[in-house]
Design a protein around this ligand. Sequence first.
Ligand SMILES: NC(=O)C1=CN([C@@H]2O[C@H](COP(=O)(O)OP(=O)(O)OC[C@H]3O[C@@H](n4cnc5c(N)ncnc54)[C@H](OP(=O)(O)O)[C@@H]3O)[C@@H](O)[C@H]2O)C=CC1
Ligand SMILES: O=C(CO)COP(=O)(O)O
Length: 342
Amino acid sequence: MTEKIGVIGGGSWGTALAILLSEKGYQVEMWLRDKLQVEEIENSRENKKYLPNVKLPSNLKVTNDLEKVSFNKDVILLSVPTHGVRETLYNCKRYINKDQIIVNVAKGIENDSLLRISEIVKEILPQNKYSILSGPSHAEEVAKNMPTTVVSASEDKTVAEFVQDLFITPFFRVYTNPDVVGVELGGSLKNVIALGAGISDGLECGDNTKAALMTRGIIEMARLGEKMGANTSTFAGLSGIGDLIVTCTSMHSRNRRAGILIGEGKTLEQSIKTVGMVVEGIKTTKSAYELAEKYGVIMPITKEIYGVLYEGKDVKNSVINLMLRDRKHEMEDVIIDKNISW
Ligand SMILES: NC(=O)C1=CN([C@@H]2O[C@H](COP(=O)(O)OP(=O)(O)OC[C@H]3O[C@@H](n4cnc5c(N)ncnc54)[C@H](OP(=O)(O)O)[C@@H]3O)[C@@H](O)[C@H]2O)C=CC1
Ligand SMILES: O=C(CO)COP(=O)(O)O
């Protein structure tokens, strides 16, 4: 049985998963970059900043030391936001050996390089086995043992199944999938659409609008995914439509909450500050927009959200732009694929 797990990143998600793994009886140590926060958590046995009102089990250790969290662990759980993954991995690379399995739970695409997390990990730790764990799973609900389902994706079936065994509990059901590209893209791109769903709520558009954004959103996500080598059926699964539903509708979603504030007329900076936690979709919108250009994929919702976030476009004009696009067949991509005509 795997005994030792280092959790790198003690935000809401890292903390919720560290609790789950500790309660399963593993030896878990969680790293946070802020020394004062580590002391505060040790004293109160609670992560008041990111996961308040949830007590940490007594066997869960907390540290500020990257060597302690990385060295001699069987599994490294990467739970820092996407923009911090590269630097954090570089800083702990010297303590990690090739037999340690890397499990990533961050949902984003790196700016500028346009790399998914598995690609960053491959660059820095080329010999280590990798799995992404993703799906509709708000930390606040997992911490309360509310039934949740996620997917473990790895190129290596034994690794995907190992991670499934590691995390599965009666409340946290883990499926497997070989499609790393699809699972990583689903978890990242849904945050862009969730910003849009939030903007729609902030504008007081109704449920029709949100259903439209979600349905047309998953189509453009899958369109990019297919060009990038994903299996389009993955977008119909937990890390695609599943996570899109939860993020576009939940009051826990930071992406949706940031979108609501933008829709209400707050600036991007005000919205990020008010949410006070990582809003991955903001950086991912830029990466997704650039990937769409690079692969020549039409992503109208992503393009409008990019315009609002990065070009100062008026949100109401963006809605009009989306509604007044050229008329088209709903299943255009399918029709082209299967050569179907009327
Ligand atoms: N919360 C959730 O329900 C879920 C989150 N995720 C994903 O998990 C990842 C982590 O998110 P989450 O835990 O929610 O984030 P939070 O906003 O709750 O916490 C962010 C954590 O990351 C730290 N951090 C921020 N920037 C850096 C950096 N550059 N280097 C190292 N550490 C950094 C913060 O430290 P400090 O306080 O010092 O700034 C804080 O501990 C994201 O990709 C998110 O999309 C996935 C599924 C569910
Ligand atoms: O990915 C998540 C739930 O599955 C968390 O979404 P937010 O980052 O929008 O809170």
